[in-house]
Design a protein around this ligand. Structure first.
Ligand code: GLA
Length: 354
């Protein structure tokens, strides 16, 4: 970091400084809480966190984005504030014995919030890794990711899966992470040099905390219950269609999860074999499923995705939780410049993130 940021705000040096990336999910949407596969990649942009212990019983948090210091005590709960993510990380870490005194945290945030590229997981994982270092604790990256998910689920109250936390804690910018969210086994699959992954913000903001993500998670639970609580990603299409009294909405949710899981498996195979056209088609098919079966897209995002492909991308789709935020597109590097300027001139609200 600019460790200067921490010094300017707290008038002393930080004990630990940590950088954590954001992530973009190439394919595998909403499969991570349905027992399926995902394929995220770490981004070259992220969050920097600087931390120091204090003699006070307080957690004080500063972010370069908001230019304010916010205080929490160790018994506080989430209050719907930007600082909840860092506070939740410290409070959860304290319960695990990673920290016993007060903590000052400064955050340099280079990721747009609510954009589907894991700004919250990046902050939480960054703070947890910094505290691990401070406390000299023997926690693996996977354990850090599990703790970070606990912050989201139990402190923030978002019933998310574990993809973001694993991608941010373990992921690399030059490899896609083929992660089995059921077992947490993963493989890092190198990205070929003739594939450029682009993240484009649609210009439409959204917050996962607005209840729509949680509603999808509930629908998936209801659908899974109708199949004896089997994870939706493990069902076959024929089983889903055979259950005739399943309400139509739940059938669509189940159909998406089952097909999306299979698409991720095919995409991993295509990536390893260098079949980039196939890889791109799978990404675009994922978008169609998010639009028609999971119903988390918006008309403007559908237009952005279809123009991205019409103008030359191998494939494109909505990424993240849905209802706004970013799309991910894959393109041959030599076509990138002409493609992005044509796309952004057709969609003036959209902007290239990386
Ligand atoms: C958000 C959640 C993830 C995942 C994605 C959708 O990013 O935090 O756990 O469910 O949405 O794939």
């Amino acid at each position: 970091m600019k460790t200067g940021l921490f010094e300017r705000v707290f008038e002393r040096r930080a004990d630990v400084v940590r950088a954590t990336p954001g992530r973009v999910n190439l394919i595998g949407s909403h499969t991570d809480y349905n027992g399926g596969m995902v394929l995220p990649v770490a981004l070259p942009i992220g969050t920097e966190v600087a931390v120091a212990v204090t003699e006070t019983p307080l957690i004080r948090i500063f972010s370069s984005k908001f230019e304010e210091v916010v205080s929490y005590s160790f018994t506080d709960t989430a209050r719907g504030h930007w600082a909840d993510y860092a506070a939740g990380a410290v409070i959860t870490a304290r319960k695990r014995g990673l920290v016993s005194r007060g903590v000052d945290v400064a955050i340099e945030a280079n990721l747009p919030a609510g954009a589907g590229i894991s700004s919250s997981a990046s902050v939480i994982v960054g703070v947890l890794k910094a505290l691990r270092r401070l406390g000299d604790a023997a926690l693996s990256e996977t354990e850090i990711a599990q703790l970070a998910r606990e912050v989201e689920n139990a402190f923030i109250g978002l019933p998310c899966g574990i993809m973001d936390q694993m991608a941010v804690a373990v992921g690399r910018t030059d490899c896609a992470m083929a992660l089995d969210t059921g077992t947490l086994a993963y493989e890092l699959v190198p990205l070929p040099p003739d594939l450029r992954v682009c993240v484009i913000h649609s210009g439409i903001d959204r917050a996962l905390s607005d209840g729509r993500y949680a509603r999808r998670a509930e629908e998936c639970l209801e659908a899974s219950a109708a199949f004896g609580h089997r994870p939706l990603c493990q069902l076959r299409r024929s089983q889903i269609e055979a259950l005739t009294d399943l309400p139509e909405t739940l059938r669509r949710r189940a159909r998406h999860c089952s097909a999306e899981h299979q698409r991720v498996l095919s995409a991993i195979g295509a990536l390893k074999a260098g079949q980039l056209e196939t890889f791109g088609r799978l990404i675009s098919a994922s978008h169609a499923s998010l639009r028609d079966d999971f119903e988390i897209s918006l008309p403007d995002i559908d237009d952005l995705v279809s123009d991205a492909v019409a103008l030359g991308a191998l494939g494109a789709r909505l990424t993240g939780g849905g209802f706004g935020g970013c799309i991910v597109a894959c393109i041959k590097p030599d076509r990138f410049e002409a493609w992005i300027s044509a796309l952004l001139s057709r969609h003036p609200r959209a902007r290239l993130i990386c």
